[in-house]
Design a protein around this ligand. Structure first.
Ligand SMILES: C[S@@+](CC[C@H](N)C(=O)[O-])C[C@H]1O[C@@H](n2cnc3c(N)ncnc32)[C@H](O)[C@@H]1O
Length: 211
């Protein structure tokens, strides 16, 4: 018995309870413009992890127009928490995110920052219960030191695109992004400070527990 990745994705997406109209609008925009949001199954999984972790303070690196932020904001709201940082270097995407997340009722929870995300994390004081990383893939390895400093012990790191459409396990793929994802995965899975696995939803979510 074998199945395609498309069949699996369709099935996993079909299991996610119906989303609010504003979230569906965001999904439709991604479809129409080919924008790489994490999508329903991965979004719902991130929400589940944030709920399980009881996350009250979350930092997102590379937030786009706020689709993944919406899932984390929902978890923080339900966890009776404080804040989710939305960070992206495109002003237009930040503005678009403000409209969507405001319509979803997350004005009190989301903090917006336009700029380079790793620098923003470095400059933000305090520690986080959960950090989500979805920046340009070449930037993944260099983000790890600051993430380690800013994630509290017992916190959770989630990194998107850990499978990278299968390029990570194809030795002929030697481009900078693929190599950066491989290096990041190696550093997190082979390190006594972390307990990590890749969950093969959509393009692969690496979930790592900071021991
Ligand atoms: C894959 S998209 C984010 C999708 C979003 N996480 C979601 O699922 O809704 C990544 C976004 O982060 C921006 N970006 C990439 N690297 C960045 C960096 N180092 N600092 C800030 N923004 C970055 C990109 O321009 C893009 O808008």
């Amino acid at each position: 018995m074998s199945y395609s990745n498309d069949q699996l994705s369709t099935y996993l997406n079909s299991l996610v309870p119906e989303r609010r109209a504003e979230l569906q609008k965001m999904e439709a925009y991604a479809q129409e413009h080919g924008f790489p949001i994490i999508g329903p199954a991965a979004g719902h999984f991130c929400y589940l992890i944030a709920r399980l972790a009881g996350a009250k303070r979350i930092f997102e690196l590379g937030s786009g127009y706020g689709y993944s932020t919406a899932w984390f904001a929902r978890a923080v709201q339900e966890n009776d928490g404080d804040e989710v940082f939305h960070v992206v270097w495109d002003e237009e995407l930040s503005q678009r995110a403000r409209k969507h997340l405001s319509a979803l009722g997350y004005d009190d929870i989301v903090r917006y920052h336009v700029g380079e995300a790793v620098a923003a994390l470095r400059e933000t004081s305090g520690q986080f219960d959960l950090i989500f990383n979805d920046i340009d893939k070449e930037g993944y390895p260099d983000s790890l030191d600051v993430i380690e400093e800013k994630l509290r012990p017992g916190g959770v790191l989630i990194i998107d695109n850990a499978i990278w459409s299968g390029r990570v396990f194809d030795d002929s793929e030697q481009d900078a992004s693929t190599k950066a994802i491989r290096e990041t995965t190696r550093r997190l899975t082979n390190n006594h400070k972390w307990l990590a696995s890749i969950v093969p939803i959509r393009d692969g979510l690496l979930v790592a527990f900071r021991q």
